[in-house]
Ligand binder design. Structure first.
Ligand code: FEH
Ligand code: ZN
Ligand code: ZN
Length: 366
């Protein structure tokens, strides 16, 4: 299809294959479009090696975020990107980056001058640009334009890392890293950490909770046994299938010596998962919310005050945190569970993820 034609055209330097949203709620259209070109000095064109598929892409494609995150259509989604430098703007010297360098694309394209950018949290910029989720196109294509070399992490050194392993680390592997670092001081021996949702994010979260929380007990929580099996393989000490467990409170009490969880990481973000977290939280317990499935939830005021609950939101991760995650990957300390799809089959991946049938992370390879 498009890929063969695009290869012929690419060699003449102008077109590429991409998957775009044309209408909310419809399959992506795989088509040949113009390849991005450098127009300002800091820009870099990346030849996409792989792009991860995130639940946020599903929300975007379905039109769920029309109000919160308005985008102009057609749009190429895909915000977890890794690949190779293809072309650089005039301000990008060879000592910074050169053609062929293997890079991860950091997804928080901040303005560089607001207080959040200045403190290093560009993903929280007041005027944020996220590839594939805002004005810029994302990575479900053969090439992507990155507005500045500042948003690229060069992956150097002697390692066998491949783009399909790096791409998910820019979001699925980064978001839980920041989240777990926020409450790392609470994850000590004898404590219990619940990870709700053992999908893309959860499969990395289990590993960080194990790695960064020395000696704490990790409890993987999901409604699918195959995902719980993956959680256990990646280090979870206990698993709970919340759909198959009739008395969830008793099950949590049994595991946690009647105390409840000291920390819950909610990678789903539904009212029901928040309730699961708060109804099973220990005194002084913390909930870190990273999932974005739902809209609103209720907070039990009495318990929150009396038991001194702590509730955190955590957005993606910053550039330095991405570097740290990549350093862990270089040392072989991160295990990946990937399902690979060709760009021409991206709609199959979307369907499977929507049905909960992807175990680990789906990556699209152009
Ligand atoms: C979603 C929407 C906007 C910014 C960042 C996000 C992340 O959850 C990316 O998945
Ligand atoms: Zn995402
Ligand atoms: Zn900013």
């Amino acid at each position: 299809m498009c890929s063969q034609l695009a290869q012929i055209k690419n060699s003449s330097g102008s077109n590429m294959c991409a998957a775009r949203i044309h209408d909310y709620g419809s399959p992506l259209i795989i088509e040949e479009i113009e390849r991005p070109v450098i127009s300002t000095s800091e820009e870099v064109v990346i030849k996409v090696g792989a792009a991860g598929l995130c639940h946020s892409d599903l929300h975007l494609i379905a039109g769920d975020w029309k109000k919160n995150l308005p985008i102009d259509l057609p749009k190429i989604p895909g915000h977890e990107i890794a690949g190779w430098v293809e072309e650089t703007g005039s301000a990008v010297s060879e000592s910074i980056l050169k053609k062929g360098d293997f890079v991860a694309v950091f997804g928080g394209w901040g303005c560089g001058s607001c207080i959040y950018c200045k403190r290093g949290d560009e993903q929280m910029c007041k005027r944020p640009i996220w590839p594939g989720l805002s004005v810029h196109n994302g990575g479900f294509s053969e090439y992507v334009l990155v507005p500045s070399y500042r948003f690229l992490v060069k992956i150097d050194g002697d390692n066998n890392l491949r783009p399909e392993e790096i791409a998910p680390l820019t979001d699925a592997g980064l978001t839980p890293y920041r989240a777990i670092k926020k409450i790392r001081h609470l994850i000590v021996p004898g404590k219990y950490v619940g990870i709700i949702g053992i999908g893309g994010l959860g499969s990395y979260a289990v590993q960080y909770a194990k790695m960064l929380g020395f000696g704490a007990n990790i409890v993987a929580i999901d409604r699918r046994d195959d995902k719980l099996e993956l959680g256990a393989k990646l280090g979870a000490d206990f698993t709970i299938n919340f759909e198959k467990t009739s008395d969830l409170r008793s099950a949590v009490k049994k595991i946690t010596n009647s105390n409840g969880f000291d920390v819950v990481l909610d990678t789903v973000g539904l009212a029901s998962t928040f309730n699961l977290a708060i109804e099973n939280l220990n005194r002084n317990g913390a909930i870190v919310m990273v999932g974005l499935f739902g809209q609103k939830t209720e907070l039990p005021i009495f318990d929150t005050v009396i038991k001194e609950f702590q509730i955190y939101g955590s957005l993606w991760g910053n550039y330095n945190e991405l570097r740290e995650v990549i350093e862990l990957a270089k040392k072989g300390m991160i295990r990946h569970h990937l399902s690979k799809f060709r760009l021409s089959n991206v709609n199959d991946a979307i369907k499977l993820l929507k049905n909960g049938d992807i175990v680990g992370r789906a990556v699209v390879i152009p």
